[in-house]
Design a protein around this ligand. Structure first.
Ligand SMILES: [Fe+2]
Length: 176
């Protein structure tokens, strides 16, 4: 018998990931200029990882936004090969189950605490395989083949800083 086909939904480039809200870019702010400089210096994935890990909440906090409609995404900087976004999550907000297309991602947790659920694709749906907690100071990795879901599991806001190389497009969401 043929295995059931997983039918992910493809998010159109530039559109908000389902469950999230894309707010206006902050590329002209101090935080945006700082992150553009960071992208300019980081030419390898390892450099990007190290540079992102060194960013503090104080450097970018002014650009963080929140929405009751869903977790809020703000673009801070984009180059030809990579981009940096700051995400604001109110208590209880979470992403859908998703992958990252061909992008490699790093996530610096700047404030709050959350959970990162990892999924396997089985029988046409995403099946939870592992739940990992994280808190401010952590650096998470999002591999291109990784299917996961992030949630604010705390009672305060969660602020995360995301770097993707190449720029995120073609990410897909999955039914659980
Ligand atoms: Fe992700």
């Amino acid at each position: 018998m043929d295995a059931p086909v997983v039918r992910p939904r493809l998010a159109a480039p530039g559109l908000a990931a389902p469950g999230s809200v894309n707010l206006p870019d902050a590329t002209e702010t101090d935080a945006g200029v700082r992150m553009a400089a960071l992208l300019g210096r980081a030419t390898r994935l390892a450099d990007l990882r190290a540079a992102l890990d060194a960013v503090t909440l104080e450097e970018v906090a002014d650009a963080a936004r929140f929405s009751r409609e869903g977790y809020a995404r703000v673009l801070l900087a984009r180059s030809e090969g990579a981009e940096i976004l700051i995400l604001g999550w109110l208590p209880g907000q979470r992403s859908l189950v998703h992958d990252h297309g061909v992008s490699h991602g790093f996530v610096k947790v700047l404030a709050g605490e959350g959970v990162d659920d990892s999924f396997a694709l089985e029988g046409g749906r995403a099946v939870l395989v592992e739940r990992t907690g994280f808190e401010a100071g952590a650096l998470l990795e999002e591999r291109p083949d990784q299917v996961h879901r992030v949630a604010n599991a705390g009672s305060n806001v969660l602020i995360t800083l995301h770097a993707y190389a190449p720029c995120l497009r073609g990410a897909r969401t999955y039914d659980e």
